[in-house]
Write a protein that binds this ligand. Structure first.
Ligand code: NAD
Length: 426
């Protein structure tokens, strides 16, 4: 099991600021725009009471940080995890701004959540916590203002509760038109076919394209995954379908290894009823978690929490590609070591952007009263992700730089252009 404290909250914020300042210097970002983008527009903290199953009342604290909306409504996930606080939400909100900008979407960036471990609550309690949180956020979220989505430990069910609560507490005449207050809903409640796999698909596709650009393919390539939730599972599924071999998986409870390959479907079936835990799976042997990053493989996919690859373990990494499924999994010191060792990092704002692109499709579908079929969604997703990938690939070649720097240059330059065109009110 990985220590939760390694997902250091303060340093996630340090990481994003370090990346921002580095890019600002490279592109010589206008100093006024640098001031604006260096802060978060709104930091909302709400405290709300919830009746527990035992009849007692507990008070929870929820966060929503809205970083920037120069390009459109705020957009970003809600996370239920003990590491959620205002600094973590600020860092994650900034990453969302860069991600939506890089993908060319009409969105800004936000993030939030509640500092809880959901495993400590019953489903009924989680429903009441989610509904009261939504109510406490009130008009701070909205389909044309700030649109949450699932993230760590939240899912389609969480989004359905939020949508229902939001729609039940606004005026009757507006109710039916506000389903797109959240994305990542169940398909039966306005969700998009394929949104479940969109992030993992993007992780897979960006790896596939990178490998292809080197004149190789995925057949026989070995990979290891940290986190076997939504992102880790779907990325693994797509990769193994193309002939890659999953040799190790680590989650919050265990680290598994099998040199012959781990069956993704068997592991998924094992973990689903156990609230996602991979522990006890018989198709692989459990190993000491500290050996995970040093395992021999071609591709490493961090798909759990932030700040996992640091100066303490980056030198152990043998993979040639690190594909950041998670947000902010690599800190600047860890990144420096990876780059010095010739490892290519597919940065989070590109690698996991399939999720927000899928969310954008869901938002459009709801807004226009349409229903898109899975095949259509996957085609559109592939086209869009490949466009973004190629944009970054071209920038990498032209600037002779690494992939994160290239992605940041594109993302921040787009926002700078918007500010230059519009000016600052009043
Ligand atoms: P999830 O809740 O479905 O899964 C999280 C996984 O991480 C679980 O397997 C859990 O056991 C593991 N984990 C948690 N704490 C851990 C620890 N301390 N050590 C090792 N593993 C740990 O979450 P998800 O939606 O798959 O999100 C994973 C990452 O991907 C997050 O960083 C999230 O921000 C990012 N992301 C998710 C989406 C999305 O659409 N879900 C989109 C973009 C980025």
């Amino acid at each position: 099991m990985i220590e939760t404290k390694t997902a250091n909250r303060q340093s996630m914020y340090d990481t994003v600021m370090n990346q921002f300042h580095k890019t600002a210097d490279i592109i010589n970002l206008n100093p006024n725009i640098k001031k604006i983008l260096g802060i978060t527009n709104n930091e909302i903290i709400v405290h709300f009471p919830v009746k527990m199953d035992n009849g007692k009342v507990a008070v929870f604290t929820g966060y929503r940080v809205q970083h920037n909306n120069a390009l459109g409504p705020y957009k970003g996930g809600l996370r239920y995890h003990p590491t959620v606080d205002v600094d973590a939400a600020k860092a994650l909100a900034m990453w969302m701004t860069w991600k939506t900008s890089l993908a060319g979407l009409p969105y800004g960036g936000a993030k939030g959540g509640i500092q809880i471990d959901p495993r400590n609550y019953s489903d009924a309690e989680l429903e009441r916590i989610t509904r009261r949180f939504t109510y406490a956020l009130g008009e701070n979220i909205g389909p044309e203002h700030d649109i949450p989505a699932p993230d760590v430990n939240t899912n389609t069910q969480t989004m359905a509760w939020i949508a229902d609560t939001y729609m039940s507490t606004i005026s009757t005449s507006e109710r039916s038109q506000n389903q797109h207050v959240v994305t990542g809903k169940p398909v039966g409640s306005g969700g998009l076919e394929g949104r479940d796999r969109a992030t993992g698909f993007g992780v897979f596709l960006t790896i596939k394209e990178l490998v292809k650009s080197r004149g190789e393919n995925l057949k026989g390539k070995t990979f290891i995954v940290q986190g076997f939730g939504n992102v880790g599972y779907w990325a693994s599924k797509f990769l193994t379908e193309e002939g890659a071999l999953l040799v190790s998986v680590q989650d919050a409870h265990a680290t598994l290894y099998n040199a012959e390959g781990i069956s993704v479907e068997d592991l998924f079936e094992h973990s689903s009823p156990r609230k996602g835990s991979i522990q006890g799976f018989t198709g692989a042997r459990e190993i000491d978690p500290k050996h995970f990053f040093g395992l021999k493989c071609d591709i490493l996919i961090p798909a759990a929490l932030g700040n996992q690859i640091t100066e303490e373990n980056a030198y152990q990494i043998k993979a040639g590609i690190v594909a950041e499924g998670a947000n902010g999994p690599t800190n600047p010191e860890g990144e420096k070591i990876l780059l010095e060792n010739g490892i290519t990092i597919i940065p989070d704002i590109l690698c996991n952007s399939g999720g927000v692109i899928g969310s954008y499709f869901e938002w459009l579908q709801n807004r226009n009263g349409e229903l898109w079929e899975l095949e259509e969604v996957m085609q559109k997703l592939e086209k869009k992700i490949l466009q973004v990938f190629k944009k970054v690939q071209t920038e990498v070649a032209e600037r002779e730089t690494d992939w994160r720097t290239a992605a940041y240059i594109i993302a921040i330059s787009r926002i700078e252009t918007a500010y230059r065109q519009r000016g600052i009110f009043p």
